[in-house]
Design a protein around this ligand. Structure first.
Ligand code: FNR
Length: 184
């Protein structure tokens, strides 16, 4: 398999975030040939068209450069009120600009998510998928990775301790490694 560079981020700024923990677990479980680099969205301010017109802030420029350089983007999103949290959506909004020449255009994307609830971010993930219609990004349709009852699957240090979830995550990343080269 050719070397694949994947840029990953979690749509949560919380230190103890399950989604940050999921991204770290993915980094550790990446298949041979795939390197996962984590980007912290704390660097990305709220989208403002006036700020953008004056030039991307440094954190946004770094975020866009990291996506541009990556073969694929891996997102762990929480679900807030049955939808995509602002932190995740804000990052996508910056990276969607300018339309049709954006770093997300034609980029393979994989969506996963973790929540303490029983639906494991299913509705948030579906909503996020809609954004990738506009950005013309290739969101992997299957498999889906819904980490439900997340508080039972990570330890106090944020390490993934649930074997079944680790197995699903490994298979999910292997599928992404097959998905990405389809668009080269
Ligand atoms: C939540 N949470 C939540 N969970 C869920 O499964 N479905 C939902 O609709 C919501 N809604 C919601 C709204 C708001 C404003 C908050 C703050 C939280 C709970 C959420 O899944 C939980 O806080 C996770 O731990 C958030 O993800 P991180 O920060 O752990 O990655």
């Amino acid at each position: 398999m050719a070397d694949l560079n994947v840029l990953a981020f979690a749509g949560s700024l919380r230190a103890g975030s399950y989604n940050r923990a999921l991204v770290r677990a993915a980094q550790a479980l990446a298949p041979a040939g795939m390197t996962i680099t984590i980007f912290d969205l704390a660097e990305v301010p709220l989208y403002n068209g006036d700020v953008e017109a004056a030039g991307d802030p440094p954190g946004v420029a770094r975020f866009k450069d990291a996506i541009r350089a990556a073969d694929g983007v891996l997102i762990a999103t929480p679900e807030y009120n049955h939808g995509v949290p602002g932190v995740t959506k804000n990052a996508i909004d910056w990276a969607s600009r300018p339309p049709r020449q954006a770093v997300l255009d034609g980029k393979p994307v994989a969506i996963m998510g973790a929540s303490p609830g029983i639906t494991g971010t299913a509705r948030g993930q579906s909503q996020l998928r809609q954004a990738f219609e506009f950005t013309n990004s290739y969101a992997m349709p299957q498999p889906e990775l819904l980490v439900f009852r997340a508080h039972e699957k990570f330890d106090a240090e944020g390490r993934l301790t649930d074997e079944a979830t680790a197995k699903f995550l490994t298979a999910f990343l292997e599928a992404f490694a097959v998905w990405i080269p389809r668009f080269r």
